[in-house]
Design a protein around this ligand. Structure first.
Ligand code: ARG
Length: 463
């Protein structure tokens, strides 16, 4: 049997494999809400413009509402033979209201329909992700406030570098998530133009009111070029780009959680809620959620690359290639939302071992920079020279197998006779972090102020 939507010039139906490769209903069924909303907006506009009768528009709207509740009630039968969500909905509409259903597709094509539906879907997803990212920021800022004075080792090259506070470290991720949200917000702004009414590619001869449908669907304006409207997917590429960067940020904290919870460092503990055991090794407590967040980055970045490749070199306007835009994007954005939720849970759950952190912070001569700075300040040495002297003192401490603040003054004086015992005041990790009061620095009072600032900002957002 040939297709009832476009079968006029077709004598036969498709080969089974043609039907299989062509169908998108398995994934574009997720667009049902947007598809129905866009159809309702289109029908109302057609009636207002006198293109269809008010009576037909009424029947169409009513039929679409019925379909919506059928789908939401799990009573709708999606058919692969009907290819996609647009034809599944329209076909059911014909069953429900008869010939009036055939008027809905006036001055419209699946090309502007799918571009509209997908934008609406993505806009809602961006809003949902933004809300979860805000929750993640809140969890981080709360934990940062609680641990504004908890000293931990700061690393560069994963080598102990200088003491920092755990709160400061967590606030770094709050900043990253803030920029991630900014990228999603930017993508949302550019995404928010309505393709509806672009029809197949060239616009239409019917007197549409595209402003009306744009407004009804919450778009800022109709897209200005019909070819562009149906054939670009930059909104999806941009959103996936933002998602990729966000997921890479998450993967970094995930990796740190893996390191911190390893018995090798033992800096942080996750409870039973966010760990799993081993079926053979009874002592194990594995940070699976963190590992999975780290891994999901691959899927998210992969989807972004996949869509870029789909779009590369596609001539204008619509091509069926673009049907491949949805599956990866849907998978990637839900993976991101889940990852953010899991990270938020872990951030709430994790407890630093403050004693262990502090001990680790003092290892590796982490206060060597403080010693060099003291030489600069007290003895007015040029920093380069102070650095050299400190290096020699560190070597002595290493030879003796002691921490810097445990090295006898006499030994330091062998290298720089003007050093006094006042130096010991700057060599403890607490003094070190307290002294880092420059804007953006790790001093507990800075961290407390920054954490509070974020919490105030986040509280205001959701009013
Ligand atoms: N399922 C299609 C897609 O996702 C809808 C558009 C089909 N348009 C067409 N001219 N065949 O892209």
């Amino acid at each position: 049997m040939s297709n009832k939507m476009w079968g006029g010039r077709f004598a036969a139906g498709p080969d089974a494999i043609m039907e299989e490769i062509n169908a998108s209903i398995e994934f574009d069924r997720h667009l049902y809400r947007e598809d129905i909303a866009a159809s309702k907006a289109h029908a109302a506009m057609l009636a207002k413009q006198g293109i269809i009768t008010r009576e037909d528009a009424g029947k169409i709207a009513h039929g679409l509402d019925t379909i919506l509740s059928e789908i939401e009630g799990g009573k709708f039968e999606f058919k692969r033979a009907l290819e996609d969500i647009h034809m599944n909905v329209e076909s059911r509409l014909a069953d429900l209201i008869g010939p009036a259903a055939g008027r809905l597709h006036t001055a419209r094509s699946r090309n502007d329909q799918v571009a509209t539906d997908f934008r609406l879907w993505m806009r809602a997803m961006i809003d949902a992700i933004d809300a979860t990212l805000a929750g993640y920021q809140r969890a981080l800022a709360e934990k940062a406030l609680a641990h504004a004075g908890t000293v931990m080792p700061g690393f560069t090259h994963l080598q102990t570098a200088q003491p920092v506070t755990f709160g400061h470290h967590l606030l770094a991720y709050v900043e990253m998530a803030g920029r991630d949200r900014g990228r999603f917000a930017d993508a949302r702004k550019r995404l928010n133009e309505s393709p509806l009414g672009a029809a197949a590619l060239a616009g239409t001869s019917f007197p549409l009111d595209r402003d009306m449908t744009a407004k009804a669907l919450g778009f800022d304006r109709p897209a200005a070029n019909s070819l562009d409207a149906v054939s670009d997917r930059d909104f999806a590429m941009e959103t996936l780009g933002a998602a990729s960067i966000a997921s890479i940020h998450l993967s970094r904290l995930a990796e740190e959680i893996v390191i911190w919870t390893s018995p090798l460092t033992g800096l942080v503990r996750l409870s039973d809620k966010f760990t799993t055991g081993s079926s053979i090794m009874p002592q194990k407590r594995n940070p699976d959620a963190a590992e999975l967040v780290r891994a999901k980055t691959g899927r998210i970045v992969g989807a972004s690359h996949a869509l870029l490749m789909v779009m590369k070199g596609l001539p204008l306007a619509y091509a069926k290639d673009m049907q491949e835009d949805k599956q990866g994007a849907m998978d990637a954005l839900s993976a991101l939302a889940l990852s953010v939720a899991a990270m938020t849970g872990m951030v709430h759950d994790m407890q630093p071992d403050a004693a262990r952190m502090k001990k680790a912070a003092g290892e590796g001569y982490a206060t060597a920079t403080d010693l060099a700075d003291w030489l600069v300040r007290t003895l007015k040495l040029p920093f380069r020279e102070a650095h050299h002297i400190t290096g020699r003192i560190v070597a002595k401490a290493a030879d003796a197998g002691v921490m810097l603040h445990r090295l006898p003054l006499a030994v330091m004086r062998e290298i720089e006779p003007r050093i006094t015992d006042a130096v010991f005041a700057v060599l403890t990790v607490d003094r070190s972090v307290k002294s880092r009061t420059s804007y953006g620095g790790t001093a507990p009072k800075n961290v407390r102020a920054q954490a509070r600032k974020w919490l105030r900002k986040l509280a205001k957002e959701h009013k």
